[in-house]
Design a protein around this ligand. Structure first.
Ligand code: GLA
Length: 683
C-alpha cells in the first residue's frame, strides 16, 4: 500500500492495517518461546544478554503460566510477568504475550471436574499434564475469559507487548470431547445448522439402520459404538469440534481486542499437521497467520514436507507475510526416534520457511528446560550452553536473518494450486472405505513432491474459493466435494482453467451422500466419464499402463462420455480400459488419473500437463536443490537451498544477501549451503 492509499488514522481499516504485523523493527522477526518461570531471576538477566547477542527481537512468554498468574481462583499475582516484561522492554526485546489457557491450574480441575475431556472411548482425561478443558465447558470458558481479561487489562499498553498469542495449538492435545457438556453443545450446534430435526434426519440418512431421531435429546455425540457410527453424524461432529475450538479462540481474541485494538492477535496453527481444525475458517479470524512446524525427522524427504507445510501456511495467510511461530533447533523429544539436525540443517529449514513467505523465524524454546516432560527437546540455548554448536548456529542464523530485511513483505507467486480440503479428509478417514490403501495425505504429498522437484512453487487452495488466479489446479484427493465446490470447479474449467483430478475424488457431497448416477458424481460432467466399478488392487500388486508407467493400489472401469484417452491399462483387472483421460470442457480442460502412478510416471504425466500451460522450471538444478523466488514490484529474491552433500551452482547472477558477495551464474554453492540472490525484477 502506498502512502496515498493509507487508510485514515483511527479508522477501522487503519486498525486492521496496524494489526497486520507486530510493530517495531523493520528486520525479520527472530526468537522463540521463552519460559522464564522455570528459572531464577539471575538467569533471566543472562538470557536477555544472550538474546541480544543472538539477534533475537521477539519472544513468546506466558503460554503456560496460568497457575502462577492465578494461584487461587480469582486471585492474581502478576509480579513475575511485570518484572520480566519490563526487563525485556528495557533490553529492546519485543514480546508476543500468551494467554495461558492451554494449561489450566490444578485448582480448576479440582473445582470443575465436569470440564474434563472425555474421549470417544469414554476415558475421562486425568490431570498433571497440559491440555485445555472441554472446549464446550461453560466453566472452562468462563475461567479462560477471566484470566484473559485480567492479562489484557494489565498489559494492553505495555511497551514490550507487540503481539498477543492466544492459547497454544488449538486442536492439540485436546480436540473432540464427548462429555455431557459437549453433547449439549453439539445439539445446540445442530439446531443452528439444521433448524429442524427432519432436516437432521435427512442430512444424516437416518432411515439407514433405523437411526431416526424423534427428539433433540435423543442425539448423542458419535461415541464408540457397537458398529460403525453414522458417517454423516461423525462428519458433523468434526465440524462442530473445529467450531467449538474456534469459539474459544474468538472469545479470548475479542476480550483482548477490547483492551488492545491496535495490537495483532494470533494463535499458533499446525498447518498440515492438525487433523481436527479447519484452518481455512480459522485463518479469517487471526490478524497474522502463525504456524508451528516440526520435521517428521526420520523421513529423508522431510525438507520437502516442510516446504509443503510452509506453502500451505502462506496460502492460509492469503499470501500475506506469516510467522513461523515454532520449530526446533535440532531433535524434538516426542517422535519414535528423535533424529538430531546435522550442522547447517536448522538454517536450511528456517530459510526454506522464509523463502516460502515467513517473515518471522521462531523456535520452541529459548532455553532448554532442566525438568518436566520436554527436558530432552532441543532449544536455542541447549543444556551445554553457549559453547555448543547449536548456540553458534543460532547466532549465525540471527545474523543471516538480519541481512534479509529487504525480503520483508515481499510475495511468493504461484501459478499452480493444490486442493486441500480438511472436510474431505475427515469424511474419507471414516470407516468402511473401498481400500485401506486410499490415503489422501499420501496422494497430496506425491503430487506436491513432483512440483517441488521441478522447482515450481504451488499454493494450496480450497475448492470453494476463487481459483481464477491459477493456470493449473491439482486435486490429488478430494473424496467429498460440496455442491458449491462442484459448481466452482466447473466454472473455473469452463472459463479456461486446467484441472487435474486423481482417483477417489468427487465421490460424495458434503453430507457424505453419493449423488445420483455413477461415480464420481460430483465430477462426472467436468471429467466427461463415468466410473462404473472400482477395482482396488491387492497389497503389493502392481499393474502397467500402455504408456509404460507402473501403478498400484487402485484401478477402475471407466466409460467415456466425451473424454479422450491418454493411456490405457495394459495389465490388471481393467486391462484395455482407459486409465488416464483428458476432457475439453468449455475453454479449459480436465485430466483424470484413475490409478496410483509411481513417482516417475506421475512426474512425467504432470510435467506434460503443466507444459500445456507453459509452466516450466525457471532453473534446471540437481535433485535436492530447492529454489523459490520472493518478489516485490521491482525486485526479486531467489532462494537457493542446497539440501545435498554435493556442491551445486548458483543459477543466476546478483547480490547474495547472505554472504554479502556479488555472484555470477555458475558459481559454486557448497553442500548444505544457502544463498539469496537479490536482482531487479525480471519482466
Ligand atoms: C508444540 C508446543 C510446544 C512444545 C513443542 C515441542 O509445538 O506448542 O509447547 O511442546 O510442541 O515440540
Amino acid at each position: 500500500m502506498s502512502q496515498d492509499q493509507q487508510p485514515p488514522a483511527g479508522s477501522p481499516d487503519a486498525q486492521v492495517e496496524m494489526r497486520s504485523w507486530p510493530r517495531g523493527t523493520s528486520a525479520l522477526r527472530y526468537g522463540g518461546d521463552y519460559n522464564p518461570e522455570q528459572w531464577p531471576r539471575e538467569i533471566w538477566l543472562e538470557d536477555i544478554a544472550l538474546m541480544r547477542e543472538a539477534g533475537i527481537n521477539l519472544v513468546s512468554i506466558g503460554i503456560f503460566s496460568w497457575a502462577l498468574l492465578e494461584p487461587r481462583e480469582g486471585e492474581f499475582d502478576f509480579s513475575f510477568l511485570d518484572d520480566i516484561l519490563s526487563l525485556l522492554a528495557d533490553a529492546g526485546i519485543d514480546v508476543d504475550l500468551g494467554t495461558p489457557t492451554a494449561a489450566p491450574p490444578a485448582w480448576f480441575w479440582k473445582k470443575y471436574p465436569q470440564a474434563r475431556v472425555i474421549t470417544r472411548d469414554g476415558v475421562t482425561l486425568g490431570r498433571g499434564s497440559r491440555g485445555m478443558g472441554s472446549p464446550s465447558s461453560p466453566e472452562y470458558r468462563a475461567c479462560a475469559a477471566r484470566i484473559t481479561t485480567e492479562l489484557a487489562r494489565r498489559y494492553a499498553s505495555h511497551p514490550a507487548v507487540r503481539m498477543w498469542h492466544v492459547h497454544n495449538e488449538y486442536g492439540a492435545p485436546v480436540s473432540d470431547c464427548y462429555s455431557e457438556q459437549s453433547v449439549a453443545a453439539f445439539r445446540t450446534w445442530l439446531r443452528a445448522k439444521y433448524a429442524t430435526l427432519d432436516l437432521v434426519n435427512e442430512a444424516w440418512g437416518t432411515t439407514f439402520w433405523g437411526q431416526r431421531y424423534g427428539a433433540w435429546d435423543e442425539i448423542d455425540a458419535p461415541k464408540t459404538s457397537a458398529s460403525v457410527v453414522n458417517p454423516s453424524q461423525r462428519l458433523d461432529f468434526q465440524r462442530f469440534t473445529s467450531d467449538a475450538l474456534l469459539e474459544c479462540y474468538v472469545l479470548e481474541r475479542d476480550i483482548i481486542r477490547s483492551f488492545s485494538p491496535d495490537t495483532p492477535i494470533t494463535t499458533n496453527f499446525m498447518a498440515t499437521n492438525c487433523p481436527s481444525v479447519d484452518y481455512w475458517k480459522w485463518a479469517r479470524e487471526v490478524d497474522v497467520v502463525a504456524n508451528d512446524h516440526y520435521l517428521a525427522a526420520e523421513r529423508l524427504d522431510n525438507h520437502i514436507m516442510l516446504a509443503m507445510d510452509a506453502d500451505f501456511t502462506r496460502s492460509l495467510a492469503g499470501s500475506r507475510p506469516w510467522m513461523l511461530m515454532e520449530h526446533s533447533t535440532s531433535a524434538v523429544n516426542w517422535q519414535p526416534r528423535n533424529i538430531a539436525k546435522r550442522p547447517g540443517e536448522m538454517a536450511r529449514n528456517s530459510l526454506s520457511h522464509v523463502a516460502r513467505g515467513a517473515d518471522a523465524v521462531m523456535f520452541f524454546q529459548f532455553r532448554a528446560s532442566r525438568f518436566g516432560a520436554e527436558k530432552f527437546h532441543s532449544a536455542m540455548l541447549p543444556h551445554d550452553g553457549t559453547s555448543s554448536r547449536i548456540w553458534r548456529e543460532v547466532g549465525q542464523l540471527g545474523a543471516s536473518l538480519g541481512s534479509l530485511s529487504a525480503v520483508r513483505s515481499t510475495r511468493v507467486d504461484a501459478r499452480v494450486g493444490i486442493v486441500w480440503d480438511i472436510e474431505s479428509f475427515w469424511a474419507q478417514d471414516l470407516e468402511w472405505r473401498p481400500s485401506e490403501d486410499l490415503d489422501h495425505r499420501e496422494r497430496i504429498e506425491a503430487f506436491y513432491t513432483v512440483l517441488w522437484n521441478l522447482g515450481i512453487t504451488v499454493d494450496f487452495v480450497h475448492p470453494e474459493h476463487h481459483l481464477d488466479g491459477y493456470d493449473v489446479v491439482l486435486m490429488p484427493a478430494s473424496y467429498s466435494i460440496s455442491d458449491h465446490a462442484r459448481d466452482n470447479l466447473e466454472s473455473y474449467v469452463s472459463r479456461g482453467g486446467k484441472l487435474v483430478v486423481s482417483y477417489f475424488s468427487g465421490i460424495v457431497d458434503e453430507r457424505d451422500s453419493v449423488p445420483a448416477g455413477g461415480y464420481p458424481g460430483q465430477l462426472r460432467r467436468i471429467l466427461g466419464l463415468t466410473v462404473t466399478e472400482w477395482l482396488p488392487l491387492r497389497a503389493s500388486e502392481s499393474i502397467i499402463l500402455d504408456n509404460g508407467a507402473t501403478a498400484d493400489v487402485w484401478a477402475e472401469d471407466i466409460v467415456l462420455d466425451g473424454a479422450a484417452v491418454e493411456a490405457r491399462y495394459a495389465t490388471g483387472p481393467a486391462v484395455g480400459k482407459p486409465a488416464l483421460t483428458r476432457h475439453e470442457y468449455g475453454k479449459g480442460a480436465a485430466w483424470y488419473v484413475s490409478t496410483r502412478l509411481d513417482s516417475h510416471g506421475l512426474a512425467s504425466y504432470l510435467t506434460g500437463i503443466l507444459e500445456t500451460a507453459r509452466i516450466r522450471p525457471h532453473f534446471t538444478l540437481p535433485d535436492g536443490v530447492e529454489t523459490v523466488t520472493r518478489v516485490s514490484d521491482t525486485e526479486q529474491f531467489i532462494f537457493v537451498i542446497n539440501h545435498t552433500d554435493e556442491a551445486t551452482t548458483v543459477p543466476s547472477a546478483g547480490h547474495d544477501l547472505l554472504s554479502g558477495n556479488e555472484t555470477v551464474a555458475g558459481s559454486a554453492l557448497p553442500p548444505g549451503a544457502v544463498c539469496v540472490i537479490r536482482q531487479p525484477r525480471a519482466t
